[in-house]
Design a protein around this ligand. Structure first.
Ligand SMILES: Cc1cc2nc3c(=O)[nH]c(=O)nc-3n(C[C@H](O)[C@H](O)[C@H](O)COP(=O)(O)O)c2cc1C
Length: 175
């Protein structure tokens, strides 16, 4: 792995998010999910990557058990099959690392691995978490929370998001 400064890749990171990047978590198993929302910035004088994870996701359970994650960002073309499996299937039901053919790259100094296929890796430690209160969200976005879809389905959208702010404690390119 080649260590880098995350800020040197700020434009790459921000442009990649709406196209889909991965968030990887690890407990007794590793799981990756696709996110399309995320915020890269600064708070408490530290570089922060915030992710917004709906309450029903398996990733939420993983983060409750180990509050560290990596953000995995493509450099170049993404592989649509990986996005399809990691964005439409829950780790509750399948082993996504195996099914999506992810090659994990372990950093000895961080609990959660990176993913070679999405090589730009941000190592993040959760320093703040908060469930978003739908009543406080601008009404124009309330369509994102249809209340008629059950909570644990991978495409379930009724739940609010939990914002997890991860302090970026390391960054590298997985090789
Ligand atoms: C392009 C795309 C973007 C997504 N963005 C998010 C997101 O920002 N937050 C979220 O909670 N789910 C998002 N999802 C849905 C999750 O990836 C999906 O529910 C996944 O199955 C969750 O995996 P898990 O249950 O293993 O955690 C997105 C899905 C796609 C395809």
């Amino acid at each position: 792995m080649k260590r880098v400064n995350a800020s040197d890749y700020a434009e790459t990171i921000i442009k990649a998010i709406p196209k889909g990047v991965l968030v990887t978590t690890k407990t007794d198993r590793v799981n990756s999910m696709v996110i399309g929302w995320g915020t890269y910035g600064v708070e408490w004088g530290r570089p922060i990557f915030a992710i917004y994870i709906r309450e029903g996701r398996f990733t939420r359970e993983q983060l409750d058990r180990n509050p560290e994650f990596t953000v995995n960002i493509p450099l170049g073309e993404t592989q649509p099959d990986i996005l399809k499996i990691c964005g439409w299937q829950s780790g509750r039901n399948i082993d996504k690392v195996k099914e999506a053919g992810l090659t994990l790259v372990q950093d000895d100094d961080f609990s959660v691995p990176g993913v070679k296929e999405f090589p730009l890796t941000l190592e993040c430690r959760v320093v703040f978490r908060q469930k978003q209160e739908i009543a406080l969200i601008d009404e124009k976005f309330h369509g994102a929370y249809p209340q008629d879809v059950p909570g644990t389905n991978p495409m379930a959208n009724r739940d609010a998001h939990i914002a997890y702010y991860g302090e970026i404690v390391g960054a590298y390119i997985a090789e």
